[in-house]
Every structure is written in structure tokens, then in C-alpha cells.
Design a binder for this molecule. Structure first.
Ligand code: ADP
Ligand code: TRP
Length: 319
């Protein structure tokens, strides 16, 4: 199992339910590799300080949500620069029109005509991440599905040209959390400013939830829970009381204000222990650095061996 998260800001509950929780759930079943995608974050041109502190934050997040460094290899993408060599080789197997068909590229190009080459190359680097370590399953949110398909295509192309070398990875996407909605009803995303941060303080949770737009139905009116963004979040945080909430929505008897207040308390109950854990870890620099060093050792060994095989197959002489 392999996956990564970009160090681009505060992780949010969309990242958690859509992807990161699955890293933890799968760690007993698979040998896991979970990294901080810091090369990928460069596409946003962060400052050095931003990149360093966000990278530490992602590692602290992995540890706080329950990834066990004894079971799962946790590492920095940039500690294994072989991945960029593999990307350089893959670059010659795919075409520009093929990359131009990627949804993420099309969205970015629509917003910015002066797109950097790193953004264009994003799926190739991601394919190198996935294939270098021989991943079978890649837990991600729905928005990354196409990128995993690109990795499969690239593996097939390489295997066809140079002989069987790479395994074909499968995305691992859970249907009910494939796209967690944000406070404005769109996909929750750091770039839309509609997130509930995974380690939000109580007041921050309250502010985010209270800002969710609803229709103007009164307390006694019947409401369809399936079109309510507050209810969509209850599905993640209010499991025990969900049937009762649904009944009160459908029959009338609950107002949006009360529904939001219940949601705030349930999110707080869920977040509080994670928030405390993250606070303990983020100040423990030694633990973070040791975890990264241990992970680096394991990841480098696999990557170096794989790249010897790749160079031989391609005909790049190793002296
Ligand atoms: P963002 O879109 O906020 O920048 P990232 O690109 O860092 O998030 O995503 C990290 C992981 O979280 C990816 O696997 C991505 O698919 C998943 N993810 C991000 N947002 C959501 C969401 N709203 N619902 C489900 N999964 C998500
Ligand atoms: N592109 C992923 C995201 O936006 C991060 C990522 C980089 C990744 N390399 C990966 C995810 C390899 C899974 C596998 O969140």
C-alpha cells in the first residue's frame, strides 16, 4: 500500500476521511509506504519556511492519526531522489497530448495560462512514486483516481517496451467518502477555503459549521436530509444518532440551527483527542526526525534496487 499527501497547508477532514483514514485501516493488511509529497508541493512555489513547516505538519499528522512507523514506512519524497530519475525516463514514453487530457491539468490550465512545467508533469512524478515501490493498492480520494490510472498506463507502456518490470496499481477509493463536501457544498479543498481542519480548535469548528448555507425551511417543516450539507457531515460524525436525526429531518421537528449545534459537538468529540496528540508530536522534533530517518533507510533501499533493474532494462550503462 502506498500513498502520499502534499504539504500545502492544514490537513482537513476531507483528506482524512477520503484518504488518510484508509492508510491506517490498511496498515495491518499491507506493507505500507506513506510519504510527504514535498516535490509535488513545489508546483505551488511555497517559500522555504512554508515547505519545511508544512512537511513536518504532514508527518505529525500521520503519526497523530495512528500510522505506526514500526509497521508503515513513513518518509519524505525528496529523501529518495531516484523518483525524479524514474520520472525523467517515463517522460519519453508518454506524449504531451496524453498529459493534456488530465483533469487536474485542464482545471489548472483553465485558471492560469502561465502554468509551470511541474504542474504539467504532476501525473508523471506521481506514477514514478507509485511504481518505484511496487504498490498494489493506492488509497486516495476520487480526485486522484485518474492519476492512479495514469500510473497504470505508464507501467503498461514501460513493460511493453522494455519487458515486465512494474506492477499495475489499483486505486483504493471508498464510495461513501470519495468526495467529502466542504462548508459551501463543493468538494472540500484547501484551495476553496471551505475546509474543516482536521485539528481545528472548538471555535474554529463552530465558525465553519455555522457558516454552512442551508435553505430557509422552518423547524417544523419536512426536510430532505440528502440535499443538506449539514446532514452530509452528520454521516461522518454522528453515526450513533443518524437514524434519529434522519427521522427528525424527514418528519419535521429539527431546525438547521439545532442540527448544526449537534454537529459541532460531535465533530469536537472526534477531533479533540487527535488535536491533543498532534500537539504533543509536533514539538517532539527528535521523534519526527528519527521517524523520517528510519523511513528513508527502508525506502532508499527499495528504490535503489529497482532503479538498477530499470537502468539495465533501458540500456543505461551502470559502471
Ligand atoms: P486538497 O485538495 O485539499 O489540496 P490534497 O490534494 O492534499 O488535498 O489531497 C490529499 C488526499 O486527500 C488525496 O488522496 C485526495 O484525493 C484526498 N482528498 C482531498 N480532498 C478530498 C475530499 N474533499 N474528499 C475526499 N478526499 C479528498
Ligand atoms: N497527488 C496526491 C494529492 O494531491 C499526492 C500524491 C503524490 C500521491 N504522489 C502520490 C498520492 C502517490 C498517492 C500516490 O494528494
Amino acid at each position: 500500500m502506498l500513498s502520499g499527501v502534499k504539504p500545502t497547508g492544514e490537513p482537513h477532514i476531507g483528506n482524512y476521511f477520503g484518504a488518510m483514514r484508509q492508510f491506517v485501516l490498511l496498515q495491518d493488511k499491507y506493507k505500507g509506504f506513506v510519504f510527504v509529497a514535498n516535490y509535488h508541493a513545489l508546483t505551488n512555489n511555497p517559500t522555504k519556511e512554508e515547505l519545511l513547516s508544512n512537511s513536518k505538519n504532514v508527518i505529525a499528522t500521520y503519526l497523530a492519526i495512528g500510522l505506526d512507523p514500526k509497521q508503515t514506512t513513513l518518509f519524505l519524497q525528496s529523501d529518495v531522489p531516484e523518483v525524479t530519475e524514474l520520472m525523467a525516463i517515463f517522460n519519453n514514453l508518454i506524449t504531451m497530448p496524453y498529459l493534456m487530457r488530465a483533469h487536474a491539468y485542464k482545471d489548472a490550465a483553465a485558471k492560469n495560462k502561465e502554468l509551470n512545467v511541474g504542474t504539467f508533469e504532476y501525473p508523471v512524478l506521481m506514477a514514478a512514486d507509485i511504481l518505484l515501490y511496487g504498490a498494489d493498492v493506492v488509497p486516495v480520494g476520487q480526485d486522484q483516481k485518474q492519476h492512479v490510472e495514469y500510473a497504470r498506463d505508464i507501467a503498461e507502456k514501460f513493460n511493453y517496451v522494455y519487458g515486465e518490470t512494474f506492477k499495475l496499481p489499483e486505486p483504493y477509493i471508498l464510495d461513501d467518502v470519495k468526495t467529502v463536501v466542504g462548508t459551501d457544498g463543493r468538494k472540500m479543498s484547501k484551495s476553496y477555503n471551505n475546509t474543516i481542519p482536521l485539528f481545528a480548535e472548538y471555535e474554529e469548528i463552530k465558525k465553519a459549521v455555522m457558516s454552512i448555507p442551508t435553505d430557509s425551511k422552518g423547524v417544523d417543516e419536512e426536510k430532505d436530509p440528502e440535499v443538506c450539507n449539514v446532514f452530509a457531515l452528520h454521516k461522518l460524525f454522528s453515526e450513533d444518532s443518524l437514524p434519529l436525526l434522519e427521522e427528525r429531518y424527514r418528519n419535521g421537528g429539527i431546525g438547521y440551527k439545532e442540527s448544526k449545534e449537534i454537529l459541532v459537538e460531535n465533530i469536537e468529540k472526534f477531533i479533540a483527542p487527535l488535536r491533543e496528540k498532534r500537539k504533543e508530536i509536533i514539538v517532539d522534533d527528535d521523534f519526527i526526525m528519527q521517524t523520517l530517518k528510519d523511513g528513508r533507510e527502508v525506502a532508499q533501499k527499495i528504490a535503489r534496487e529497482k532503479m538498477i533493474e530499470v537502468r539495465e532494462k533501458v540500456g543505461l550503462i551502470t559502471t
